[in-house]
Design a protein around this ligand. Structure first.
Ligand code: F6R
Length: 265
């Protein structure tokens, strides 16, 4: 795992954008259809803004790219402004020129959410592998909506959010915790591990304990993001505040300062 410790959230956004653009360009050069894995929430927003800037000003093209979301709330009607498919269209994919038909998410409005989970897993496996998966991390170490205790081998399924996560996400629902759905559809940890490159971004002190547990703690379902330790190509991009709990911070800075010219992300 490569830990990239940077001064500011803006620096993190640039590095995540570099990693995403690099993986997308490499996969497009390989000729195949390219699958981009997207997270929602606050953490990736600066990276998405930077990708949009490069698309607008530097001609970074996403033609031929399909996007797959990590997760979705159960029970919000299709088109609800806080459903993750709407959020990602608003924040990123419309402005990148991606047709909504190539932006996929689990169907949280389905009458049978269990079947919708199985269907999403099938569609993702058929389209994949995901070239690069953008990830955030919950303050409790969740990855996607795999809350603590989730199987490290899990596939896409229905999960129940912890009350902490519902409180954390109430800010997107006008501060009303009761408006945050209890259930979600989420890629499993095993599903997420199928991506070729995992890029996790975290900023702010509120994420420091979770980042330290994920990166330097034991591999455990109690910290779902620790599953990154099993992946051969995982990049963790954090600002000083989110990295403030890392015991090996000096080593990560040393490694970053001595990267080989062609090493990339
Ligand atoms: C969102 C997701 C979640 C978030 C996490 C952090 O698609 O999968 O795991 O990444 O809850 O959320 P923010 O970035 O809003 O702090």
């Amino acid at each position: 795992m490569e830990v990239v410790l940077l001064p500011t959230p803006e620096d993190c956004g640039r590095v995540v954008a570099d990693a995403v653009a690099g993986s997308v360009l490499a996969a497009l050069a390989g000729g195949g259809p390219v699958v981009l894995g997207l997270a929602t929430g606050s953490s990736p927003l600066l990276a998405y803004r930077e990708l949009l800037r490069r698309h607008r000003e530097e001609g970074l093209s996403f033609t031929g790219v399909q996007a797959f979301l990590l997760d979705e709330y159960v029970g919000l009607p299709a088109g609800h402004p806080e459903s993750y498919r709407e959020v990602i269209r608003r924040e990123l994919t419309d402005a990148l020129g991606l047709d909504p038909a190539v932006v996929h998410g689990p169907d949280g409005s389905a009458a049978d959410p269990l079947a919708a989970a199985r269907d999403y897993e099938r569609r993702l496996l058929a389209a994949g592998p995901v070239a690069v998966q953008v990830l955030g991390i919950g303050a409790n170490g969740h990855l996607g909506f795999n809350e603590p205790g989730s199987s490290l081998a899990s596939r896409t399924r229905v999960k129940t959010l912890t009350e902490q996560t519902r409180r954390d996400n109430a800010r997107f629902f006008g501060g009303d915790v009761d408006a945050v759905p209890r259930h979600v559809l989420t890629q499993g940890l095993g599903t997420i591990l199928g991506a070729e490159h995992l890029v996790l971004v975290a900023t702010g002190e509120g994420k420091a304990a979770a980042v330290a547990a994920a990166v330097e703690g034991p591999l455990t379902a109690s910290c779902p993001a620790s599953v990154l330790q099993l992946h051969p190509h995982a990049t963790v991009v954090v600002d000083e505040a989110a990295g403030s709990g890392l015991a090996r911070a000096a080593h990560y800075r040393y490694v970053l300062g001595h990267k080989l010219a062609d090493q990339g992300w």
